[in-house]
Design a protein around this ligand. Structure first.
Ligand SMILES: Cc1cc2nc3c(=O)[nH]c(=O)nc-3n(C[C@H](O)[C@H](O)[C@H](O)COP(=O)(O)OP(=O)(O)OC[C@H]3O[C@@H](n4cnc5c(N)ncnc54)[C@H](O)[C@@H]3O)c2cc1C
Ligand code: FES
Length: 252
């Protein structure tokens, strides 16, 4: 059974870093783990969290406390934790590319493991870290260390550039000069980047509602140009240009 190594550490307002001895060295950036947060029946379903980092056998996740399950996790005592994974698909990794990576809010979480891996593959990384306000920025120094250019935007200008991440991200994407774009965050931001990117490939990591998280219930299905896809097994990482973005409004 995976073990929570120490008590969750608060890294920003309402955001907690959990370090888990997973027993495996194998995972890919973009994959997630599915955690049973309570031994009781409430919450009944496991909750999915992206892998923030993975070093040797220690996996970390960043949990934003938004409801009962994430609140329980943010207070989880050290010791056994009922987590399964890694699950789902990862991002496409290639060496020596110029990449634009944009995260919005807690959507920055899967992108740290990605930039760390791409930096090791000698990619030139422009990272856009978008949040609503300064108190929601977590671990910026770690992101900065692995980026060639690092931009923070806040809606209220309390840190970095004042502006909506959606606007800045789509401007950067439209500017071109990248071989690959990756994003995870609010739906409008990911959609705007896909639309602005023209011919540059964009991979998006979806965080729509999951049920079982292991391909059984179809509760996470999304419409794509290739038909209905279960985001927990065919994703959460998708080619953004294949997603039917209009249909996503109802499930996000
Ligand atoms: C593949 C994947 C990766 C994810 N990675 C992370 C991560 O790294 N860190 C993180 O903090 N969260 C992540 N999430 C979201 C996280 O799973 C949910 O916030 C969590 O399941 C909420 O559970 P809860 O019991 O706390 O809240 P609930 O009581 O279930 O819901 C509380 C509130 O949160 C909203 N909510 C619940 N699930 C989601 C969701 N998926 N998206 C948006 N709003 C939601 C509900 O509408 C409700 O308003 C991820 C989701 C997916 C599908
Ligand atoms: S969440 Fe059940 S099939 Fe994806």
């Amino acid at each position: 059974m995976p073990t929570l190594i120490e008590k969750p550490k608060q890294v920003a307002y309402g955001h907690f870093l959990l370090r888990i001895e997973s027993g495996t060295e194998h995972s890919a950036p973009g994959q997630f783990i599915n955690i049973r947060t309570s031994r009781q029946n409430d919450p009944l379903l496991r909750r999915p969290f992206s892998i923030f980092n993975h070093e040797r056998t220690v996996m970390s996740i960043v949990v934003k406390s938004v409801g009962r399950g994430s609140e329980i996790l943010s207070q989880h005592p050290p010791g056994a934790i009922d987590a399964i994974g890694p699950l789902g698909t990862g991002f496409t990794l290639a060496a020596n590319r110029r990449v634009l990576i944009a995260g919005g809010g807690v959507g920055n979480a899967p992108l740290f493991y990605l930039i760390k891996t791409l930096a090791g593959l000698h990619c030139d990384i422009t990272y856009l870290y978008g949040v609503r306000a300064k108190e929601l920025v977590y671990l910026p120094e770690q992101y900065k260390r692995h980026s060639n250019r690092f931009i923070i935007t806040t809606d209220d200008g309390s840190e970095g550039t004042r502006g909506y991440a959606t606007d800045v991200a789509s401007e950067l994407a439209a500017g071109g000069g990248y071989d690959m774009i990756y994003t995870c965050g609010p739906l409008p931001m990911m959609r705007a980047m896909v639309e602005a990117a023209k011919s540059t490939p964009v991979e998006v990591s979806l965080e729509n509602y999951f049920g079982c998280g292991i391909g059984i219930c179809s509760g996470c299905s999304i419409e794509t140009a290739d038909g209905l896809k279960r985001a927990c097994v065919s994703g959460p990482v998708f080619n953004g240009s294949r997603i039917n973005w209009d249909s996503m409004q109802d499930i996000y």
